[in-house]
Write a new protein. Sequence first.
Length: 279
Amino acid sequence: MDAWKDGRLYRADELMVSAYDHGFLYGLGFFETFRTYNGKVFFFFSHWNRLCRALSDFRIELPYKEQDLIAAVAALTEANHGEDGYFRLNISAGPHDIGLQPSYYKKPTVILYRKALQIATRGTEKSAIWLETVRNTPESGMRHKSHHYANNVQARFELESLASCEGFFLTVDGFVAEGITSNIFWSTNGKLYTPSLQTGILAGTTREWVRNCSLFEVEEGFFTKDELEKADEVFITNAVPEIIPIKQLGKIQFWGNAGPVYKALHDSYKRCIQQEGIE
């Protein structure tokens, strides 16, 4: 089975969404992506809280509690022989007439998608490039993980493969922002740096873990590409592939998976998952 909707499991060819859904007509929808470890989601409530903030900002009333969606993850996992998977929890505004009429969206379309988990072995390095596509600005005071994804898609066209390379956005003012599907960190002389949320980037769940894990001091701010290029180590974060070391940015080489900061964070992240009893 490929998806859960309204308490029922579906194959991909069975799933249908209204052509009048405002997620389709106006891009009004939000999503979270995560993976399972032995059938459980690491930091589910971080994803849940971020999603709920987005829904609140755009007056979308979610008809399910977090435990309902945790149960949906379990049902999809069981239907796929207990194998861990890649999940996308997607909330679109729901069907309405054409036009910006509702003041609240009380019947959103809620779908939990699942696909096979295909990720590289931990420690696998990536390269990176500076994107020509400029990072767009958020639709509201903070960036949500929304259906407004054209900026990411346009940037993706600049890469031959996201599997081996990440693209780094700059803001319109020339400051380091984020990756196409990741947050960016770098280390210089043992100190960690990452762009501020005020640059308009997504508040990634793994980014928050790195900030709060207490292993290293993390400075957030507005940084130029030159500052990042002087780093010893660069790595990116995402809830599915976790923490990924960057070996090369253009012609500039970094320490990659041999870097002491990356290795310390990588080991600590693994321990956190194990302490949760899910790996």
